[in-house]
Ligand binder design. Structure first.
Ligand SMILES: [Zn+2]
Length: 413
């Protein structure tokens, strides 16, 4: 199909994003749609309608993922999986997640009934953002059969568990099974959610890896005191220590090439204007594409906290020194990355690491996976102002169709 032929399909994908943006837990235009919340039912109804019209058979799995299957030349053949997520953060934009699902349907529409050596399954994952239960990827983890009993037992702000939410929606998590041999590859398209592609004047980018992440909670413990009667040299000001750490220890460390480190939360114990702060609780989030470098950054940042605090006679504590919650970097499949880049335009297409997590990170350890980024104007995302250029979406669809064709003519071995 020519680029001109794809134009109306890309336009329809954008219209469908607008349509889904009207399905919200909050009064419009505020878009919030968390895991299997009431508006998700209408999302399912529309997806079923669009997928059926595109020639797919539709099923909903045990964690509420919607899956449309477009049969290959041989019924029952393994499938190319294309998808992203259907849930949103509170006060979301219209494209984060759903754009990838709508482009998946458009890619099937572009086949116009032509049968391939493999099937195509388009998946809308029920949850990726972590907004309702505080943990992300419930949809894709369920899809690959890795929802642990602990995850199913997590409770939302109203005390309902993941399992209860699923069952009340009418699906049964115990029915989830995954067989990697049923899939040839996973392709996800997603808005970049950052400013890199725009800064390079590039409509599309291909992701090399989803970067690893460490989070730590720390505490500075000094001594509270009277703001008027305690001389500066006799203070043990926890907030001053924490502030120095943010600037010199964390921002200073972010000099590691390509790494990022952020103190997103800092809570002083006092909060009164005439009291020296006795205690500060803070968080630090560290990300780098190379796992060893990330670990070095964490060590350096925590050592700096120790040194700075000691000089100020303040105690520095790390609440969760154990790296249990660390996520390692997940590389995308090198062969697919090459093909997707060729399909998107070749060597000029930026290859970039994703600083944000995506469903592809859950699929990649199990089936060859790749991730296409669509430029985010202004780098804006997780915000109602999030948008995309129609021409970029057309290019994304064309790249996905070329990618499908490359797999059809030259399968991965
Ligand atoms: Zn997303």
């Amino acid at each position: 199909m020519t680029m001109d032929g794809l134009k109306p399909l890309a336009a329809a994908a954008l219209e469908r994003c607008d349509r889904l943006a009207r399905l919200s837990e909050h009064p419009l235009p505020r878009l919030t749609r968390t895991f299997l919340s009431p508006p998700m039912r209408e999302v399912h109804r529309l997806l079923r309608e669009w997928m059926t019209a595109a020639g797919m058979s539709v099923r909903v799995d045990g964690i509420g993922n919607v899956i449309g299957r477009y049969e290959g030349a041989v019924p029952g053949a393994p499938a190319l999986l294309i998808g992203s997520h259907l849930d949103t953060v509170p006060d979301a934009g219209r494209f984060d997640g759903v754009l990838g699902v709508m482009l998946g349907i458009a890619a099937v529409e572009a086949m116009a009934g032509r049968r391939l050596p493999f099937a195509i399954e388009v998946v809308g994952f029920s949850e990726e953002e972590g907004a309702r239960f505080g943990t992300p990827y419930l949809g894709s983890l369920g899809f690959v059969g890795r929802l642990s009993p602990e995850l199913l037992a997590l409770r939302d702000a109203n005390g309902a568990s993941v399992e209860h939410a699923a069952r009340s929606f009418g699906v049964d998590p115990s029915s989830l099974r995954f067989d990697a041999s049923r899939y040839v590859a996973y392709l996800e398209a997603h808005v970049e959610q950052g400013p890199v592609l725009e800064s390079r004047g590039a409509p599309l980018g291909v992701v090399s890896a989803i970067v690893g992440q460490s989070r730590r909670r720390v505490r500075f413990v000094g001594r509270a005191g009277h703001a008027g009667t305690t001389p500066m040299n006799l203070r043990r000001d926890a907030l001053a220590a924490a502030a120095e750490w943010v600037v010199r220890g964390v921002e200073g460390c972010a000099g590691w090439r390509g790494g990022v480190a952020t103190v997103g939360r800092m809570t002083p114990s006092s909060g009164a204007s005439n009291v020296i702060v006795g205690e500060v609780a803070a968080s630090v989030d560290v990300r780098h594409e190379a796992d060893e470098t990330r670990e070095r950054m964490v060590t350096e940042i925590l050592d700096a906290g120790q040194t700075i605090a000691a000089r100020r006679d303040v105690v520095f504590e790390v609440a969760d020194a154990a790296a249990a919650s660390d996520h390692r970097t997940v590389a995308m499949d090198a062969r697919l990355v090459g093909r997707l880049r060729a399909a998107a335009g070749g060597d000029d297409v930026p290859l970039l690491a994703s600083g944000a997590g995506h469903d592809a990170a859950i699929l990649a350890p199990l089936i060859p996976a790749c991730l296409l980024f669509v430029r985010s104007p202004g780098g804006v995302s997780h915000h109602p102002d999030e948008h995309v250029y129609a021409a970029d979406v057309e290019r994304a669809l064309a790249a996905m169709v070329r990618f499908v064709e490359s797999l059809a003519s030259d399968p991965l071995v």
